[in-house]
Design a protein around this ligand. Structure first.
Ligand code: MF3
Ligand code: CO
Length: 256
């Protein structure tokens, strides 16, 4: 499958889709406190998307026949849950870290981003984990640009994480974004053996480093979706959708 480069008109719409995601995530960040029920976040997203005219990208999504259609509009993953957590009747506790991964479809185009947020007072290790993961995302963004190659992103993300002693999750990664949430190419969070394709203006990518405090292995839960660390250690996920522009510029589409 070929990479789809976006026109200026398409990027204009993707900027709007991205802003909806970024602004909604920012509002969710402000809601976070001990006692917040995950189902209230799901309802909030439903209301917000109705208000701004966005479609819930995640609801009903199935990447392969073995996955049941995703039953919500957001992924909420707490502590040892890495990604794809389904919102349930659960209340956040002081000391939790929680990732919110949100997709919006606006005028046919997708924005995709994720943040991890501290609930109340969290451990120093949790704070370091969140900083390392978010820094790795920005290292990947800074390494992107016209004239660089896909592996420059992967290498920058890996090199930002390795000195921490934490583990890079290998089974999941970033992806192209457009009319579909998942387009070519796949973006590894660790270096490839080849420099990969050149990054061209109009390429839109979601970068999403995933980092575990303990070992790199993950397991899928019985709900068919939730991915957690095999050893139960704390983990973290940040994601932005970015557009490669002419002149080595990179635009982050999912900022608030
Ligand atoms: N944002 C996630 C990703 O990039 C997608 C969530 S999976 C879904 O892969 F089913 F919830 F859509
Ligand atoms: Co994504």
């Amino acid at each position: 499958m070929a990479v789809k480069l976006k026109s200026e008109d398409e990027l204009k719409i993707m900027r709007e889709a991205g802003r909806i995601v970024g602004q909604t995530l920012e509002k969710i960040r402000e809601m976070v406190r001990p006692g917040l029920n995950l189902l209230d976040v799901e309802s909030f997203v439903e209301d917000e998307f109705k208000r701004v005219g966005a479609i819930e990208t995640f609801r009903g999504y199935s990447p392969a026949p073995k996955y049941p259609p995703y039953p919500s509009n957001i992924c909420i993953s707490v502590n040892e849950q890495l990604v794809h957590g389904i919102p349930v009747d659960r209340v956040l506790q002081d000391g939790d870290i929680v990732s919110f991964d949100l997709g919006a479809t606006y005028k046919g185009y997708v924005g995709d981003a994720a943040i991890t947020v501290a609930v109340g007072e969290v451990s120093d290790e949790a704070k370091r984990l969140m900083k390392v993961t978010e820094d790795a995302l920005w290292a990947g963004i800074k390494a992107a640009g016209t004239g660089t190659h896909l592996n420059d992103i992967s290498t920058a993300i890996e090199d930002a994480i390795t000195p921490s002693g934490f583990s890079i999750v290998r089974g999941y990664g970033g992806h192209g974004v457009g009319r579909d949430m998942h387009e070519e190419p796949h973006v590894q969070n660790h270096r490839m053996r080849f420099r990969g394709q050149p990054l061209k203006p109009g390429l839109v990518l979601a970068l999403e480093p995933m980092v575990n405090v303990g070992g790199p292995d993950t397991v899928e839960c019985d709900d068919g979706w939730t991915v957690k660390t095999r050893d139960g250690s704390l983990c973290c996920h940040f994601e932005h959708t970015i557009a490669i522009r002419a002149g080595r510029e990179v635009e982050v589409l999912t900022l608030p």
